[in-house]
Design a protein around this ligand. Structure first.
Ligand code: NAD
Ligand code: ZN
Length: 345
């Protein structure tokens, strides 16, 4: 079968023929999935570039990729939750199921967490072995192209659902694929006004297409001034989705006293902010978001897509044949896209 791999330590990925896994390769709770769609995540791009984080974490040879929609073709001897023919997406965070966090309803922050396509072979392949525990049987009404991105969609939902957004004003810093999805999630949740800050021209346009009330380019205008000009009290809630330190600092300044902040963005190291002045003395509540809540977030993602309350047609900008994966990575590297989905059918 074809698989996209990090063959050796160093930049780039290769597509190679590898042995197709069979029933014999499955552990008791493993499932063999025929991958039908796979989408490219920022993490895959980090692995492609072979940045510092990848060098410290990835052990080649490894089949990369973790966002997918597929069909169950074989199950291990102890599998009870899925059967052959089921359509499934996968939670990327593979929990141990026995640590303190797992036992107390917080599997997404499992102490012994393994990440699909990072710590174990992933899904950029025609077939993948995935533990039963992370599979989500999605509603058949959901198109495969959208089911494939349910995992990052879940990030948007998790970040936006830390607080009640009904009638609230929201600032989203960063309109990458997840920020774009968060615009729609905030709207569905009842936010009265969604302001987006974004620097990239294409993504500014996409933020507008996805329903942002106002989009501000902080490279051209002072974000803080603009927000207070629009909303005298600032915003009730900040959803940080840029991973940019300046965007976060300015975003915090835009939050009203006593407001709430939900941080998904990864800054990649220490950030230098005046914590006392920006957070403590202004009485802000800050939530750190990692992954998706298992499986509350998945249920919400499924419902919003099944009932078409959220439309991902303006987020998934490219669906390419699997063999054109290099073009997909190029689009991601140059940010000339929303989500890029690879079609393996
Ligand atoms: P992305 O990198 O595609 O999107 C980030 C966006 O922020 C880009 O469109 C970029 O142009 C914009 N941006 C950069 N500087 C900005 C600035 N100063 N002001 C406003 N916007 C700015 O990433 P994504 O895939 O949409 O993910 C969003 C963030 O969430 C990333 O930081 C990613 O690493 C992180 N992430 C975290 C988790 C988690 O579990 N915590 C999971 C997935 C992704
Ligand atoms: Zn655990």
């Amino acid at each position: 079968m074809r698989a996209i791999m990090k063959k050796v330590a160093g930049p780039g990925l290769v597509m190679e023929q590898v042995k197709r896994p069979t029933q014999e390769d499955l552990g008791p709770r493993d499932v063999l999935v025929k991958v039908r769609r796979a989408s490219i995540c920022g993490t895959d791009v980090h692995i492609y570039k072979w940045d510092e984080w990848s060098q410290s974490r990835i052990i080649p040879p490894l089949i990369t990729g973790h966002e997918m929609a597929g069909e169950v073709v074989a199950v291990g001897s102890a599998v009870t939750q899925v059967k052959v023919g089921d359509l499934v997406a996968a939670e990327t965070h593979i929990p141990c199921e026995h640590c303190y966090q797992c036992k107390t309803g917080r599997m997404h922050v499992c102490k012994n967490l393994k990440i699909l396509g990072v710590d174990t072979n992933g899904i950029f392949a025609e077939y993948a072995i995935i533990p039963e525990t992370v599979l989500w049987r999605f509603s058949p009404e959901i198109p495969l192209d959208y089911a494939s991105v349910m995992e990052p969609f879940g990030n948007a939902i998790h970040t936006a659902s830390v607080t009640n957004l009904l009638g609230k004003t929201v600032l989203i810093t960063g309109a990458g694929p997840i920020g774009l999805m968060a615009i729609q999630v905030a709207k569905v949740a009842g936010a009265s006004t969604v302001i987006v800050s974004e620097v990239d021209p294409l993504r500014i346009e996409m933020a507008q297409e996805n329903g942002a009330d106002v989009v501000i380019n902080p490279a051209e205008k002072d974000l803080v001034k603009e927000v207070y000009k629009l909303l005298g009290d600032g915003v009730d809630v900040l959803l940080e989705m840029s991973g940019n330190r300046k965007a976060f600092e300015d975003g915090l300044k835009c939050v009203t006293m006593g407001g709430e902040v939900s941080v998904l963005g990864i800054f990649g190291g220490k950030i230098d902010i005046n914590f006392d002045a920006l957070i403590t003395m202004r009485g802000l509540t800050v939530y750190g978001i990692t992954g998706r809540r298992m499986f509350e977030t998945w249920r919400i993602a499924d419902e919003l897509l099944r009932t078409k309350k959220v439309d991902l047609s303006k987020v998934v900008t490219h669906v390419l044949p699997f063999n054109e994966w290099e073009k997909g990575f190029e689009l991601m590297l140059n940010k000339q896209c929303g989500k890029v989905v690879l079609n393996l059918d």
